[in-house]
Design a protein around this ligand. Structure first.
Ligand code: ADP
Length: 483
């Protein structure tokens, strides 16, 4: 059971509102299950609009006091929180694997990544600087303040149950905002465990509130409240569109990190070993369930056969299983809906002429074999929709211009990758890809010091890096006269 794996302090079955671990007003709860086994792990409060409204009021009160603290004091709380997260890295990783399914090694990596935001934004708190601007006349001065925006609402997805919490909460809290967080209903336990550690780190009541429950009701309340000044959301493009519409009447600042359809281009002159390694990592990490996972491999004619052969044989060796077991590289999909989409994409591709090179099988539960499909074409569903599963589709192309055209032929623009040793091509392709992030001979984009985010319908705003603070501050221009 859960208690055997995770210390009691980290197992919370209540939301956190104004520093109090709170049940739903109605007493209702929902179940959190382990996707690897279907076992019920815990029950957490099924909150809705009333609890959310109380959390927003608590955040409003707490925010004024929090913003009045010095930047160093805010930083110290984030640093202590980070230390506690790292001290509990294994326990948090076990909890993450149990509720989410990813292999334990990846979960451990995610906890480290989650902690990195606490450190980075703790450091950044003291560097939220304003500016002075040379004025237009001798008796005036212009000063620009950067002030916390106020209460920030954060809605996070299930694929990074820990890192998305800190990636949003850390910059908000560093800037002097208070947060009302709604974690994904599939994976609330990691968020609650992190909140328990924040509390131990000295986070004042009301600065970090966690409401669990029905996304529609909680989301509508967060969007409608005039007190909530910023909404930071990571999830699907459809929900992002809905939330933008719901925020329009109260004109909130929006940060949206939405779906992607990442291209991974392998040019004839690529370092084949590096391209194959990068391809495996960018596709099968987390069973293909990240928004920057490759969705389309575009492979140039001259290297297509060699790449396909090596890549397929690597993929065929991946070990699938329960993420708690040693050596497992690919865990289950999050739920039946995710499995259904993967199966539908594979069936559609095969109907339309794709070649099954490996995998293509349902392995029971929500486990799906790592799959490679050759000779994919643009009419297939997986060309335009995010598969979000362990399925690699290989498209063939001839010229560089064709690769760029194919890569950009999508409403999305989050991540993109390409492999080449030609420095001229590196610049040409990097500049022309319509994505917010580009991996060049590299398949790893996520790091706390760099700005993560998308263009086109993949989102608005950036998370991570010093730019991540901008989502939670407002500029205030002071015009001084009579000097
Ligand atoms: P996914 O397809 O990855 O599950 P979603 O966009 O459905 O992505 O979920 C991401 C987050 O958005 C989750 O926390 C989920 O509960 C939340 N969510 C889903 N629908 C809504 C909604 N109508 N309003 C607010 N939040 C929502």
């Amino acid at each position: 059971t859960l208690e055997d794996w995770v210390p009691a302090e980290l197992l919370r079955d209540r939301g956190l509102i104004d520093g109090v671990w709170t049940a739903a007003d109605t007493g209702a709860e929902f179940e959190v299950t382990n996707p690897a086994s279907g076992e019920v792990l815990a029950r957490v409060p099924d909150m809705g609009a009333p609890e959310t409204s109380v959390a927003i009021e608590a955040a409003e009160r707490a925010q004024r006091l929090w913003a009045a603290r010095t930047a160093s004091e805010r930083a110290e709380v984030l640093f202590r929180w980070r230390d506690l997260v790292l001290e509990n890295q294994d326990a948090l990783a076990r909890l993450l694997t149990l509720e989410q399914g990813k292999p334990f090694a990846e979960a451990r990596g995610e906890i480290g990544y989650a902690a990195s935001f606490l450190r980075f934004y703790g450091e950044e708190a003291r560097r939220i600087r304003g500016e002075t601007i040379p004025s237009a006349s001798a008796d005036t001065r212009i000063v620009v303040l950067r002030q916390p925006i106020g209460v920030a609402a954060c809605i996070t997805p299930w694929n990074f149950p820990a890192a998305m919490i800190t990636r949003k909460a850390a910059p908000a809290i560093a800037a002097g905002c208070a947060v009302v967080m709604k974690p994904a209903e599939l994976t609330p336990l990691s968020a609650l465990a992190l909140a328990a550690l924040a509390e131990r780190a000295g986070m004042p009541a009301g600065v970090l509130n966690i409401v669990t429950g029905g996304p529609q009701a909680i989301g509508a309340e967060l969007c409608a409240s005039p007190a909530v000044r910023a909404l930071s959301f990571t999830g699907s493009t459809d929900v992002g569109r809905l939330l933008s519409a719901q925020c329009a009447p109260t004109v909130k600042k929006l940060s949206l990190e939405l779906g992607g359809n990442a291209p991974f281009i392998v040019f004839d002159d690529a370092d084949l070993d590096a391209a194959v390694e990068g391809a495996v990592l960018s596709k099968y990490r987390h069973s293909g369930q990240t928004c920057v996972c490759t969705n389309r491999f575009l492979v140039q004619d001259g290297i297509y056969d060699a790449f396909t052969e090596r890549f397929t044989s690597r993929v065929a060796q991946l070990t699938v299983g329960n993420g708690m077991l040693d050596g497992v590289q690919v865990g289950p999909l999050i739920d039946d809906r995710a499995l259904g989409k993967v199966q539908a994409h594979v069936a559609d591709a095969l109907d339309n002429g794709a070649k099954l090179l490996t995998g293509g099988e349902h392995l029971g539960g929500t486990f799906y074999a790592p799959t490679v499909l050759g000779e994919a074409t643009t009419g297939m569903r997986l060309a335009t929709e995010e598969t979000f599963g362990p399925v690699a589709a290989l498209f063939r192309f001839g010229e560089e211009a064709e690769a760029i055209q194919l890569a950009n032929d999508t409403e999305y623009g989050l991540g993109g990758y390409f492999y080449t040793r030609d420095i001229g091509r590196v610049w040409r392709v990097a500049e022309q890809l319509e994505t917010g992030m580009v991996g060049i001979n590299s398949a790893m984009l996520s790091v706390e010091i760099a700005p993560f985010g998308g263009v086109k319908q993949s989102g608005i705003g950036r998370e991570g890096s010093h730019h991540g603070i901008d989502e939670f501050v407002e500029l205030k221009y002071l015009a001084f006269g009579g000097i």
